[in-house]
Design a protein around this ligand. Structure first.
Ligand code: ZN
Ligand code: ZN
Length: 162
């Protein structure tokens, strides 16, 4: 059972009554240039409403990023605050209350995924790699290439050009 399951039977119909929750749980998210290999830290509180439960929570995790321009890799702290609603009959985009319990795992993972950068760059003015020789142009302006048909990267570049 998820560590992020919270009993809310007594909160539904008791507006303002709340119950805190906190857990550190494993998570695995993997996109092209962004990975989170867990864990994620989730904490917040569930709050009763007339016919629903509101959850206010914060998710923190460490994301491993790869610069889309120069392929430098680094770790970045990600923190996101969110509010989600749970109902016995969930509406569009909402989450269900099942057996008087809510499970924060999926909402927390979804919020974390949305908070990750989709196109990480190590810095705004990263110059990336020379498409011809592969030199990191941030540290070494390669000086450009004249006739580069002999370059071992020439065929690779053709791949990128098409
Ligand atoms: Zn970069
Ligand atoms: Zn070059």
């Amino acid at each position: 059972m998820s560590l992020l399951v919270v009993a809310v039977g007594d909160l539904i119909g008791s507006p303002g009554k709340d119950r805190p929750f906190a857990a550190v749980v494993p998570v695995h998210l993997s996109f092209e240039d962004v990975r989170v290999v867990g864990p994620m830290d989730v904490s917040g509180r569930a709050i009763g409403l007339i016919d629903a439960v509101e959850a206010d929570f914060t998710v923190t995790a460490t994301a491993h990023l790869t610069c889309i321009r120069c392929l430098t890799e680094w770790d970045s702290h990600v923190e996101v605050g969110a509010r989600q609603f749970f109902r016995r009959v969930p509406d569009d985009g909402g989450y269900p209350i099942i057996d008087d319990e809510i499970d924060l795992y999926e909402p927390a993972r979804d919020e974390l995924a949305l908070a990750l950068p989709s196109t990480p760059v190590c810095r705004e003015d990263c110059r990336g790699l020379c498409p011809t020789c592969g030199t990191d142009l941030n540290s070494d302006p390669c000086g450009g290439h004249g006739d580069d048909s002999d370059s071992p990267f020439a065929s690779l570049r053709d791949l990128f050009d098409t």
